[in-house]
Ligand binder design. Structure first.
Ligand code: FUL
Length: 478
């Protein structure tokens, strides 16, 4: 009898398993079989998922850029690499002030320009003389990267580094094997001596003219070094985990696919493959069905919106009056975090080595706005997982007499990005009314509409690539 029961349990388990097959997921990249139909390609893309590092990065939402270096003291945006290290001399550098301000501003990570295009290093590197060690600051004994790292540790802030591939000071720049070695050495110092690093940022800019130096970067070796030394770090822009949104104005796309036909910046075949698809970083469409039908592969390559709180990336005193207004930053928040992107907001420390009072105040206002707006979700049970099939609707009750004007929706991106089109309606005085509509959702989508006091809300997934995994629906008053 015992044996029969056991056989029955095993058999039913088997039936349960076979009737609900496990979905196959593709982490970070999927290459389509040569004979794949457009439908098969879209199905595969719907099961493309982030790596654990990419997922953790996306969940940060709100990260800070710190442009600080030689340009802070010369007033330039791009130095020429010939400025004297004597010029670098912050009078009261205090990285704890930076990190405290960022923490109060709700930021989860601070990312510093350890080296900008001029080649001046903010840490006492062994690779070049062009660094803080030859500056008057702290008699050449200082290390900005260390001070920032320690402050991040103290206040529980993640830490990232920007290391400019373009280097206008290094003599070996343009002698490709020599500079690759030099660059990897710099990277190794940063990734070995400063604890955990969560993002490594490689800018794509290169201002060498037609007769300039031509450097062929060994991205394979560079990225392999990062994976070896800092497995938790994502690599951005010229890296292969995080994609540049395509502008520096804080404007994410309405339709923002993290599962995209766009190949990462560091891949050698990128130029050719993207040329064949007719897309670049700035293209409006990076992931539609039409584009995927033409593509041979797809990537989990999510968007990062990098934008400065001031007109320049570096601090310039004459821009103190031109710090972005709260309304402008709020708009950027909706266009970045609210458009399935991570915001990387630049707040450049000044010549004193402090974040300027105006900027401190503004990021505080921004965080107060965000905290206040999203403190109360007026939807009841909005966080119950909803497995939505194409065309399906779900109604939610809204807390009594709640005035709302902001809608939030999230997908479980660990199971892929799937929603293509959705509608939001509100119910009041016995009738349903249009409130908002959108295309992609991804990690997070925010939509704003006119003030109203609905009794219920109805969300319809008008189109999805496979069963959509909606994890959160919210209504707020901004
Ligand atoms: C650009 C650089 O040239 C700017 O100076 C800045 O660092 C920005 C984030 O990226 O491409």
């Amino acid at each position: 009898m015992k044996k029969t029961i056991l056989t029955w349990i095993l058999a039913s388990a088997l039936v349960a398993c076979t009737s609900q097959p496990q979905e196959t997921y593709y982490e970070k990249q999927v290459v389509f079989p040569a004979d794949a139909t457009p439908e098969q390609k879209v199905d595969m893309v719907s099961r493309l998922v982030p790596t654990p590092q990419q997922l953790e990065w996306q969940q940060m939402e709100f990260t800070a850029f710190l442009h600080f270096g030689m340009n802070t003291f010369t007033g330039n945006e791009w130095g020429n690499g010939k400025e004297s290290p004597e010029l670098f001399n912050p009078s009261e550098l205090d990285c704890e002030q930076w990190v405290k301000a960022l923490k109060d501003g709700g930021f989860k990570m601070a990312l510093i320009t350890a080296k900008h295009h001029d080649g001046f290093c903010l840490w006492p590197t062994a690779t070049t003389e062009y660094s803080v060690k030859n500056s008057p600051w702290k008699d050449g004994k200082g290390d900005v990267v260390r001070e920032l790292r320690d402050a991040c540790e103290k206040y529980g802030m993640k830490f990232g580094v920007y290391l400019s591939p373009w280097d206008r000071n290094a003599e070996c720049y343009g002698d490709s094997p020599a500079y690759n070695k030099f660059f990897i050495e710099q990277l190794s110092e940063l990734l070995t001596n400063y604890g955990e690093v969560h993002e490594v940022w490689f800018d794509g800019a290169n201002g060498e003219g037609p007769n300039g130096k031509k450097q062929e970067y060994d991205w394979t070796a560079i990225l392999a070094k990062i994976r070896e030394l800092q497995p938790k770090a994502v690599t951005a822009i010229m890296g292969d985990d995080v994609r540049w949104v395509g502008n520096e104005g804080g404007m994410g796309r309405d339709t923002e696919w993290s599962a995209t036909a766009m190949a990462p910046g560091s891949y050698t075949h990128k130029k050719e493959a993207m040329g064949a698809l007719g897309i670049n970083n700035m293209s409006k469409d990076l992931g539609s069905r039409e584009l995927i039908a033409k593509a041979q592969e797809a990537y989990w390559y999510p968007s990062e919106v990098d934008v400065s709180i001031r007109p320049g990336w570096f601090y310039h005193a004459d821009q103190d009056e031109r710090v972005r207004s709260l309304a402008n930053l709020v708009n950027i928040y909706y266009r970045s975090v609210g458009c399935n992107s991570v915001l990387l907001l630049n707040i450049p420390p000044d010549k004193r080595g402090l974040i300027h009072e105006v900027d401190v105040q503004r990021i505080k206002e921004l965080s107060e706005y965000i905290n206040k707006t999203f403190a109360n979700n007026y939807v009841e049970n909005g966080n119950q997982v909803w497995k939505a099939e194409i065309g399906q609707s779900k109604e939610y009750n809204v807390k009594a007499n709640a005035m709302v004007n902001t809608f939030l929706i999230q997908e479980d991106i660990a199971k892929g990005q799937r929603v293509e089109d959705f509608l939001v309606e509100v119910y009041s005085n016995g009738a349903w009314q249009y409130a908002a509509e959108g295309t992609t959702v991804g990690y997070k989508r925010l939509l704003r509409f006119s003030d109203c006091t609905p009794e219920k809300i109805r969300v319809t997934v008008r189109s999805t690539r496979a069963t959509a995994n909606i994890t959160n629906v919210g209504l707020y008053y901004a």
